[in-house]
Design a protein around this ligand. Structure first.
Ligand SMILES: [Zn+2]
Length: 282
């Protein structure tokens, strides 16, 4: 049984823990090592805080010039000619991107993105909330969600899985899902109303923590996901010395989680941004 302070609901089973490895570049990324081997056609990872730097927030008070430079460097590193991001509203809407312009596209506000298009990099910003990475190998499709407690409670994961079925013909059991760096089940202390919104038993005392990643794993299983395809990052953004921004920890900065299909379909970084865009495949 879970430890009472773990933030996990009774009867819940953890997913396999994974520690993201560093991929060096102009913008260092923490990448899922198992996925890097299994899905070399996928570009994936989470940016890191480097000293007091590394902020990718486009909707914060960060200096726009420095932030945009980082986005451009990431495009160069990954060879992705298009990047997609949106202001996040803790909702449950997921946007399907079939055609994307070169450069950075700010889509209408939403908390999830999906694509089958090679060379389009999906991005969500996080700093304690959970980036949910989803790969559908048979359909060669990817989806990336931003899940805070409101999104989890509202069903963003279920909405995303419904989209996978509808638009890519992929059932949840075929999908591979990774719950990325986020606040852990010991650090995320929340009020009783959050427990209630998440469908959890009313806690004896206020301020008991919840484990959002564990809840997402439970929900993925309930939707039919194969437990062997589910993993959770060992990183907590809040505790210890994790190389990530934490909103609860007082950081104003945001890292981004990114997911896409490599422009050359091999997972290796490409050359110049525009060149890669010209030779992208479908
Ligand atoms: Zn923690």
């Amino acid at each position: 049984m879970p430890h009472p302070q773990s933030g996990a609901p009774p009867g819940s089973q953890p997913a396999r823990p994974v520690t993201e490895a560093i991929r060096h570049g102009r913008i260092p990324l923490r990448v899922h090592p198992g996925w890097a081997r299994a899905f070399p056609w996928v570009v994936q990872g989470t940016t890191v805080r480097t000293g007091g730097d590394g902020d990718f927030g486009l909707f914060t008070a960060a200096a726009a010039g420095a932030v945009m430079k980082r986005w451009e460097s990431l495009a160069t590193d990954t060879g992705c000619g298009s990047m997609v991001h949106a202001r996040q509203v803790h909702g449950c809407s997921v946007t399907l991107h079939e055609a994307t312009p070169p450069g950075l596209l700010l889509a209408p506000p939403c908390d999830g993105h999906a694509t089958r298009r090679a060379g389009t990099l999906l991005a969500v910003s996080v700093a304690d909330c959970v980036p949910v990475f989803v790969v559908a190998p048979r359909a060669r499709a990817v989806m990336l969600l931003h899940a805070g407690w409101r999104g989890v409670a509202g069903g963003i994961l279920e909405a995303g899985l419904a989209m996978l079925k509808r638009d890519f013909g992929t059932h949840a059991r075929e999908a591979h899902m990774h719950m990325g760096p986020a606040i852990c089940g010991r650090c995320y202390e929340v009020g009783r109303e959050v427990h209630e919104a998440l469908g959890l038993p009313r806690p004896a005392s206020p301020g008991e923590p919840v484990d959002l990643r564990r809840l997402l794993v439970d929900r993925a299983r309930a939707a039919g996901a194969d437990p062997a395809h589910l993993t959770t990052s060992t990183f907590c953004t809040r505790c210890a010395d994790a190389p990530f921004f934490s909103h609860r920890g007082g950081d104003a900065g945001r890292q981004i989680a990114v997911l896409g299909i490599a422009p050359d379909d091999s997972g290796s970084p490409g050359g110049e941004w525009l060149d890669d865009h010209r030779r992208e495949r479908h």
